[in-house]
Design a protein around this ligand. Structure first.
Ligand SMILES: Cc1ncc(COP(=O)(O)O)c(C=O)c1O
Length: 460
């Protein structure tokens, strides 16, 4: 008890230091609270001790409203792969702006954007645009159900695919109240919010990530299963890659039972490789969903797939069986301009991925070596430019492996990162083309110092 109180006292000193250095940010958030619920536009902006309030962002840096500078490894939840406000994206938006910000109609610039998807991604013959990753995964499921005429969708425990009622289940986070998550081999479908339509999520079954019991469960539901959706690297769950073998078997079995395999590449798309996770792993899904990186920093989502899988969006061919897919802002000209600029750069500059991946590799190696040598129960996970550090011994193959994590330590680490000038989410971090080797040296130092500080305080 005394130990808990003393840890809480130390955490509170970190919180006080953050409040002291960010007084203006705090007051802006307080003001926002008077007119916005919780003062935030998204639940995931809530942070300890209060949300970051950003004033500007450039390259690998962001500045808060108090002009404190942070090394940015959040990058708009992974979006800003070229760094913040890249010159070529700004130029593309400026060039497009005088032609109008919105038409709600086709325009000639969609071709180059869509063609980049088709040229870069092995499993995309055709692609269509929407406005968020949430929308993209919703449409992907509709496509799977309409194509197969079957009712069920399978997702993985820990997978995050947005907020709609079909998939807002079983994120795998620790939750208040009784543990409803079920056995490891057969996770339960646990709604993540009150107010979800039961009819929507009851048809979603949940599979254990990286676990062979998934394949048994798929077989048990084979004749009712429309599709399986997976993040090839789980992001919000803590940057946990699927194994290549697991994805290959998933491909084999979904093909065998006639269900669509959907890769949610909202984070991995164009980041893991120019062709995303499917290029990286050499496993080609029927349908892929996109957002983040591909929108160049403006609101965006996309659904792509093989010509066969996308057939039910060919309205001129088969209107009777086609799915409803529509949106006022789909293909917005500014988003298309920004996204095209980013994909163009990624497709032309092979060095970018090599460079970002090497930085991620270096970070993971140095942190894991340090944790081993200094006897910290900590592990850096991830692949390529995606990383996370967890307060567990590891290995980490699924979100369940994080349950043994030391909560106080995780809270302390998060506070120390922010206090010491790192902007990052609690579950995932990212490198961008704007990060330098010096930035990674600094990043590693921030992590090591935070670990040492908690130990010096007797908390770890
Ligand atoms: C893998 C994945 N899919 C879907 C989404 C939802 O995207 P959006 O927030 O644009 O709706 C996210 C968002 O973080 C994501 O990480």
């Amino acid at each position: 008890m005394a130990e808990k109180e003393s840890s809480e006292r130390i955490l509170n000193t970190y919180r006080d230091e953050i409040r002291t250095k960010s007084r203006k940010s705090y007051s802006i958030w307080q003001k926002n609270r008077t007119v916005m619920p919780a003062g935030v536009g998204s639940l995931f902006r809530l942070a300890d001790p209060f949300p970051m309030v950003i004033k500007r962002a450039k390259g690998a840096r962001v500045w808060d409203a108090d002009d404190n500078e942070y090394l940015d490894c959040m990058l708009g939840f992974s979006t800003m792969i070229l760094g913040n406000a890249p010159d070529e994206v700004e130029a593309a938006i400026r060039e497009a702006l005088p032609r109008g910000t919105h038409y709600g109609q086709c325009h000639e610039h969609e071709y180059a954007f869509a063609k980049l998807f088709c040229d870069m991604v092995p499993g995309v013959d055709k692609v269509t645009f929407c406005n968020s990753g949430t929308e993209a995964t919703m449409y992907a499921l509709r496509l799977a159900r309409a194509t197969t005429g079957r009712p069920l969708i399978a997702k993985f425990e820990g997978g995050y695919h947005g907020t709609h009622d079909l998939l807002a289940v079983s994120f795998g986070r620790p939750r208040p109240g009784p543990d409803l998550s079920g056995p490891v081999e057969d996770p339960a479908t646990v709604p993540e919010s009150p107010g979800l339509a039961e009819g929507a999520w009851k048809d979603t079954i949940v599979l254990p990530f990286n676990h062979p019991a998934s394949f048994d469960k798929i077989q048990r539901h084979a004749d009712r299963l429309a599709g399986v959706i997976i993040e090839p690297v789980q992001g919000a769950a803590g940057t946990i890659p699927a194994s290549k073998e697991f994805l290959s078997e998933l491909r084999r079995i979904t093909h065998e039972i006639g269900a669509l395999l959907i890769f949610d590449e909202v984070i991995t798309g164009f980041r893991m490789a120019p062709g995303g996770a499917q290029e990286f792993f050499g496993v080609i899904p029927d349908v892929s969903t996109y957002g983040k990186v591909a929108g160049g920093g403006l609101p965006f989502g996309a659904i792509g797939g093989t010509s066969e899988a996308m057939h039910l969006m060919e309205y001129d061919v088969d209107l009777e069986h086609s799915i409803l897919m529509a949106g006022t802002f789909n293909g917005n000209p500014l988003t298309v301009a920004a996204g095209t600029a980013v994909l163009h750069r990624l497709s032309n500059d092979q060095q970018l991925h090599t460079q970002m991946d090497a930085m991620g590799e270096r970070f993971r190696n140095e942190i894991n070596l340090f944790a081993r040598e200094e006897n910290f129960p900590a592990i850096a996970t991830g692949v390529g430019s995606m990383f996370s550090v967890h307060a567990v011994h590891g290995p980490v193959n699924s979100v369940r492996d994080l349950r043994a994590g030391n909560r106080v330590v995780s809270t302390g680490l998060g506070l120390l990162y922010r206090k010491n000038g790192l902007h990052i989410t609690p579950s995932h971090g990212f490198m961008s083309a704007a990060h330098t080797d010096e930035d990674i040296t600094r990043l590693i130092e921030i992590y090591k110092n935070a670990m040492e500080e908690l130990r010096a305080q007797g908390m770890w």
